[in-house]
Design a protein around this ligand. Sequence first.
Ligand SMILES: [Zn+2]
Length: 384
Amino acid sequence: MTADPVAIARDLIRCRSVTPDDGGALGFLQGLLEQAGFAVHRRVFSESGTAPIDNLYARFGVAKPNLLFAGHTDVVPPGNETSWSHPPFAGEVAQDMLYGRGAVDMKGGIACFVAAALDYLAAHDGKIKGSISFLITGDEESIAVNGTIKLLKWAAERGEKFDHCILGEPSNVETLGDTIKAGRRGSLNGTLIVTGRQGHVAYPDRADNPIRGLVTLIAALQAPLDQGSDLFDPSHLEFTSVDVGNVTVNLIPGQARARFNIRYNDRHTQGALKTLIEDRTKAAAGDRIRYAFEWQPSNADVFVTKPGPFTDLAVAAIAEVTGRTPKLSTSGGTSDARFIKDYCPVLEFGLVGQTMHQVDECAPVVDLVTLTAIYRRMIEKYFA
Ligand SMILES: [Zn+2]
């Protein structure tokens, strides 16, 4: 039996799995994996104020090492379906492209690693020197609280150990094989609040305008945070909103707020970064400006998978199949790799990301076939 990644991707696309709906996607995978001899577990996680979400963990074999493939079957909404040239949940192939929501992000990637694993197991009669596992969530695109983070914890509690993980998110920028994501920047949100004294605009001496103080502090926080590191670009603080909420023309407001986000590299921990920001603010404020910070809790800490045997294996597999040597990148937004990195080293490699989340999201059939061959080569090398 040869597993066809295009057929698997098509069948997954036909499941309407816009977060938090599953649309039958995990059931379809469960059937496929059970048929191939995987032990499959389904777990629904919930939390007050959030929709319950279905998740899947499957494992073939019990021995070490356990190579984990991770991904998500949920997708972002299609937007206006009539603006698609092929319906977003039909999985149509036209001009050698597979169309549909999730074709790239990331039902296509899941189809490729499932097909690669099934092919490898069939070729070796199910006898492998370790285990292959799949950790698939339905909660990545939205708030991501009832997905990978809880599924990993559940798996660890039942004694599952992971040695290495490949997350099949679309990692390539332009061509299949150009980029592996080997880490991600951290993300931290905060609000800076300056308090003054409200008053009549014609009598500024009786008031204290907090906007002046806020402007001073915003300017002070524009200074660079670092010069980057071996594997990361410089960290960056960006103000996203300045709010006074004053609708009155003759009133000096009593308070002004500015919201900001920091994307930070491995030169900082979250705690040290907060201290750095607060120290700079304190120096700029002197004893003239009264201010406070509100920091939002963040579960998106910086991480990096250092170059070594595992990254070498992935790079070699990609080079052997495509002739391209991928670069190890840490750019872009966050992903579930931020949770997986607490359990084992993780790399992200999948399709080319260009059409993800867009109308007419699509993946070239040739890329699905090539990505399957790459994953197949990675598995071969891993258990060699
Ligand atoms: Zn994704």
